[in-house]
Design a protein around this ligand. Structure first.
Ligand code: GDP
Length: 442
């Protein structure tokens, strides 16, 4: 996500950061670099202009030039301005005072609207404990109804559909009645897209809006289409006033232009980001965290939230106790591995840690298959061996290697590393710094 922009901004800022003092020329040079980086990232040129103007104005202010650590101040200013550019504080979804809350999904064909409908349903079920129904009103795109039935079902939403022969406005009206009867908290209406913004699309949206009086209209735009996405949002905004944006396909967007410009151009905040084809790859959009990710400061908060959603508190406490006492077994390790893998591919997790960005990740060749191998080795151990790894010797190693499709060396290596980790944990648990040199000699 935003790799190219991230790299350029970080390079410029690290240059600035290294300087003891900053002159006006230094600031001007840095602004030129930032302007270029943003333009290359396909950020709307007017947005770039006003962004660099306000950053520059603040950088030339009394706080920076001549300050003790001017470079840090500039980074702080860029961080704050990027955050403001994407909307400042994170915007929330509005709920109706009396259920059902009705959310109308709008967007062009292929933008990811149907996928986002199911993802949002899942999100609201998981995070708000809402009972959610979705209505299939995209009757024009071949298979859109079937697709919603499938993905809606996968996330446990009730799907209201009437095939493709009925009028979408009637289906929407009927779905709303159903949602009321069924006591649903939320109804998400998937509307039809078109290849381009056109009159008939807007008319239909307006009619559906009149029929169901939505609490919010959310526009799904494809981040990978850059400025086109922003233009589409602008056109939608002029025709039907929407409330917020779901930015889809951010995972495939190396540039970031749409995400950075859409709030400034349309005045509407990005509420959610869709970051993959899987139904759980969907999160609230936090401008401050996104800015920090772009600037390579990591997004530790999102990482913690992800971890928290997977681990029960008691379980975490129990685990910590075991770690401290050096009683952490392969059995525990296996359940940790499984939990971690539920959080997503390793590369996306590492991307949230400060310092692991863009090219670094590429060079590191993060390979989830390594984890497959480790998991296969542990799965080939008997429960007794998992609890007492010291048993794993001689023929047991051969058996485990065969069972997991690995080599005896690989099994040896894992057992040895695990033993070392246990030692370190035990020493840390007793409040001692581990003797790393002694460990390395082993
Ligand atoms: P619709 O025509 O707007 O309803 O679009 P769909 O929901 O069918 O999505 C179009 C394509 O984009 C499908 O192949 C989806 O799997 C894919 N897609 C949707 N959201 C994302 C996303 O966040 N990331 C990626 N990589 N693909 C996505």
């Amino acid at each position: 996500m935003f790799d190219a922009l991230s790299e350029k901004l970080q390079a410029t800022l690290s240059d600035v950061r290294q300087r003891g003092t900053l002159t006006e020329d230094d600031v001007n040079a840095a602004m030129r670099e930032i302007r270029l980086a943003l333009l290359e990232a396909d950020v709307n040129f007017k947005v770039v202009k006003s962004f660099t103007a306000s950053v520059k104005e603040r950088c030339l202010g009394a706080d920076v030039v001549g300050a003790l650590n001017p470079g840090q101040q500039v980074v702080k200013i860029v961080d704050e301005e990027l955050t403001a550019l994407m909307g400042g504080s994170s915007a929330g979804l509005a709920f109706a005072p009396r259920p059902p809350t009705v959310i109308l999904m709008a967007g062009l064909q292929g933008s990811g609207k149907t996928t986002a409908t199911a993802k949002l349903a899942r999100f609201l079920k998981e995070n708000n404990d809402s009972s959610v129904a979705v209505a299939a009103c995209d009757v024009y795109r071949p298979a859109a109804v079937d697709q919603l039935v499938k993905v809606g079902g996968q996330v446990g939403a009730t799907v209201y559909e009437k095939g493709t022969d009925e009028n979408p406005v009637d289906i929407a009206r009927w779905a709303l009645d159903q949602a009321k009867q069924d006591g649903k908290d939320v109804l998400i209406v998937d509307t039809a897209g078109r290849l381009h913004v056109d009159e008939s699309l807007m008319e239909e949206l307006k009619e559906i809006r009149k029929a169901v009086k939505p609490t919010s209209i959310l526009l799904v735009v494809d981040a990978m289409t850059g400025q086109d996405a922003v233009n589409v949002a602008e056109q939608f905004g002029e025709a039907v006033n929407f409330d917020g944006v779901i930015m889809s396909k951010l995972d495939g967007d190396a540039r970031g232009g749409a995400a950075l410009s859409v709030k400034a151009v349309t005045g509407k905040p990005i509420l959610f980001a869709s970051t993959g084809e899987k139904l759980d790859q969907f999160e609230r959009f936090h401008p401050d965290r996104m800015a920090q990710r772009i600037l390579g400061m990591g997004d530790v908060l999102s990482l913690i939230e992800k971890a928290e959603s997977q681990v029960e508190e008691d379980e975490a406490r129990e685990l910590e106790k075991k770690l401290r006492k050096g009683e952490f077994t392969f059995e525990d390790f296996l359940s940790q591995l499984k939990m971690m893998r539920k959080m997503g591919p390793l590369s996306s997790l590492l991307g949230m840690i400060p310092g692991f960005q863009g090219s670094q990740l590429k060079n590191m060749k993060v390979d989830d298959r390594e984890l497959d191998r480790v998991q296969a080795i542990i799965l080939s151990m008997t429960p007794e061996e998992r609890r007492r790894p010291e048993l794993i010797k001689g023929s047991r190693r051969l058996r485990i290697a065969k069972g997991s499709g690995t080599s005896v060396q690989q099994v040896n290596q894992l057992v040895k590393q695990f033993g070392q980790m246990q030692k370190v944990m035990k020493q840390l648990g007793r409040g001692k710094m581990p003797d790393l040199q002694a460990l390395m000699r082993q």
